[in-house]
Write a protein that binds this ligand. Sequence first.
Ligand code: DLL
Length: 432
Amino acid sequence: MYWDEKFETMSLDAMQDFQLKKLRQTVAWVYEKVPFYKIKLDELGIKPADIKGLMDLARLPFTVKTDLRDNYPFGLCAVPMPDVVRIHASSGTTGKPITGPYTADDLDQWADCMARTLFAAGVRDNDILQNSYGMGLFTGGLGFHQGAGKVGATVIPTSSGQTERQITIMQDFGTTVLCCTPSYALTMAEKGLQMGVNFKNLRLRIGIFGAEPWTREMRKEIEDRLSIKAHEAYGLTELMGPGVAFDCRAQDGFLHINEDHILAEIIDPVTGDVLPQGTKGELVFTAIQRRAMPLLRYRTRDITLLKREKCECGRTLIKMEKVYGRSDDMLIISGVNVFPSQIESLLLDQKGIEPQYVIIVRKKGYLDTLEVNVEAKADIYQAGAEKIKEVEQNIESHMRGLIGIGIKIRLVPPGTITRSEGKAKRVIDERK
Ligand code: DLL
């Protein structure tokens, strides 16, 4: 069962023919409409007609985050303002926000990509979908809203926050599908428990989580606590928002990319060279159907790998592995590269702790040090200092064995780490 069987199960030959046609149209479009791209392509001596095969994608210039900031707010927009019907934006960590303008047709395509995401997770028109992604400039809220509208599910647009009310609504309205960030799902599970709710007795059966990295271990944790199947959505404001990639019933840690809309490549983040399938590197996307702001070879800074293989769900769309994290989130401790997600996955394997943690990076002399504050389970905390030390030491030696560097583990009292209602802040870098 597919939302769009034609494209989701297309043969590789047909897909590549389609992609080439759309890529050529897009390059011609931005060459004509966006001075930024005309200058870049002219500098490289490339005319739109030179794009003869998908191989030529690698000849096109990259677009990077600073290009968007330098052209803020609408310098990369390819249509006049009357044709723009919506603008989203992401806050960004520094400087100006990143803007995402859409034409009416762009919005429709986005809703379609979101409908594929929801349908693949098992959402149907008889579902009651609680949308707890932030509504507003963030693409999560409205992206899910429109997709759910296409599928015909009953939408409850709660947005994020007011967690107690979320749980009450979930009980009273009979929510069957929950959409929010994985860290907020965890916050809800905890609040529900405090309110005396047994999630097994609710109608909730599916969650669709994304917008931040989360490990397979975290997925299991959320599935157990909320008594649901947890699915995943991936995307970014620059490309449309959620709907870029989604997982299916295989739940194998890989997500199908809507490659009839977006071409994916993996590059070496240092040299910019395209890497072969199966190699981990930086994900680069080219939007081939959008008209308001189609980006060429946009460097996401997200680290993952691509894989094209038969999927048990029957979809032929290329797959990307769950995102390990962003290249800018990678920590280099004593010369060893560590992703916060690696720490999460090792941590969540351990006994005596809650899945609430924060990683603190400090500089001691010339050395960078890592400390992880993680909440103790209530019974461990009550058992006293000796028990706490034992758990800390167990986790430290487990981590040293697997990551190869010393990480200081500090158990903190239950409930003391700030709970997330959106994207969790898991790393505090005190070196900056
Ligand atoms: O987070 C869009 C979104 C909303 C995706 C709701 C899924 C669900 P931005 O705020 O622009 O857009 O942030 C995009 O978030 O480059 C990744 O680094 C990260 N990200 C998004 N989804 C995932 C995911 C939305 N499933 C940035 N796993 C991206 C890991 C993710 N990281």
